[in-house]
Design a protein around this ligand. Structure first.
Ligand SMILES: [Fe+2]
Ligand SMILES: [Fe+2]
Length: 387
């Protein structure tokens, strides 16, 4: 997840403008590094990129001071970018404008303008072979999760079946007991056994905990723990949106929420240069989807769909994950649920898009105010990885 941007204004259009300048600066730095410019040249270009719309000309007083200190700029550079280096700034700007206009384009390869294409060529550090290799090296889908899914996709499961599946795996059983003892369920006396945990929290909640706990080991590394914690929040938001809409089964939305960003597991297996570049770009406030597409020509949505196909998931879930950042390109109502859940829980993964948001709301028959009632409190906090 990237750093939260600090905005100068509450005005959304000013915020978008500010975010654009910061992203152009981030692309510029990476392009300059790829072309092996020296540190002073890179810093000078970064400053020129940050100020390339001459935002300072319209800022006065505290806002101007805040802007400069936030950027770490003390002496305002008024001269243009260093001689011969203008092209880097121009192609960085073209790349960002390409991404900003992408929701409005017809998605054909030809609509990438030559300057943006030059930036993409220079930034690309992982190709199709790396993506396929990452997918091959994904962990085996957990046996406990296979059993949980096989059970919960039946119509006739009951509390005893949950107990049988959970008790076959010691880690799963202890996760369920721990989740039942978490603040969300707040028992007066500690819960010590699996039957007591299931009885206390009820079969419906227990089934969700079983599913989540069985998938949690896939994210068992410090780097992936944050992604898992977001998946827990997204799964509950997705379930809530599905209930509001009435057009998607809430349990299906919950499962989709848990696996919606599973492609990031594969992204974490791409080569070290990809990891270094993406960490720097995210740190500077570039959105995840833009970084992925710039550096490897794919996204965690595409890789997630490929991973789920590899693990034998049904097409409805695969399609929803594939289009969870582009619901306007799919007929899947579940993709729209995931898009809105993503916007509610981690809007920094992608640029905001009124086109996509409206398409998702229309597909689900929701009014714009509906999202304000999405419950963001989590009953699954006991399953989070600690930071
Ligand atoms: Fe995502
Ligand atoms: Fe996400």
């Amino acid at each position: 997840m990237g750093a939260d941007p600090i905005f100068l204004s509450d005005d959304p259009s000013a915020q978008r403008f500010d975010a654009h300048c910061r992203r152009v600066a981030a692309w510029t730095v990476e392009l300059a590094r790829a072309r092996q410019l020296n540190t002073d040249e890179i810093k000078s270009l970064e400053r020129a990129a940050l100020l390339h719309h001459n935002l300072l000309a319209v800022l006065q007083g505290d806002a101007r001071e805040h802007f400069l200190s936030d950027l770490g700029v003390h002496e305002v550079e008024t001269e243009p970018a260093p001689g011969g280096r203008h092209e880097i700034l121009e192609i960085a700007n073209a790349l960002d404008e390409h991404f900003e206009w992408e929701p409005f384009s017809d998605h054909s390869e030809n609509d990438v303008n030559p300057a943006a294409a030059a930036a993409l060529d220079c930034l690309r550090c992982a190709g199709e072979a790396d993506l396929q290799s990452a997918l091959r090296r994904l962990p085996v889908f957990p046996v406990a999760a296979q059993k949980a899914l096989a059970l919960l996709t039946r119509d006739d499961w009951n509390a005893y079946d949950l107990r049988v599946v959970a008790s076959a795996d010691q880690v799963l059983a202890s996760e369920m007991i721990r989740a039942a003892n978490s603040w969300a369920f707040a028992p007066l006396q500690p819960i010590m056994t699996l039957p007591h945990a299931i009885t206390y929290i009820g079969a419906d909640h227990a089934s969700k905990i079983l599913l989540a706990a069985s998938l949690k080991p896939l994210f068992a590394s410090p780097k992936l723990g944050e992604i898992w914690n977001h998946a827990l929040e997204a799964s509950e938001a997705a379930q809530c949106i599905a209930k509001l809409s009435g057009r998607v089964h809430p349990e299906q939305a919950f499962l989709a929420g848990l696996v919606h960003d599973i492609g990031r597991l594969a992204m974490a297996l791409l080569p070290p240069e990809f990891q270094r570049r993406s960490a720097r770009l995210l740190e500077k406030g570039c959105e995840l989807m833009l970084v992925e597409r710039a550096l490897c020509g794919s996204s965690h949505a595409e890789l997630g769909a490929a991973a789920l196909r590899q693990w034998g998931f049904p097409d409805t879930l695969i399609d929803a994950v594939r289009f969870h950042h582009e619901p306007d390109l799919s007929d899947s109502a579940l993709a729209s649920v995931l898009y809105l859940a993503e916007r509610c829980t981690n809007p920094w993964e992608d640029l905001p898009s009124i086109v996509r948001r409206t398409a998702a709301m229309n597909r689900l028959g929701l009014q714009h105010e509906a999202l304000s009632s999405v419950d963001r409190s989590s009953k699954l906090d006991g399953l989070r990885y600690s930071r």
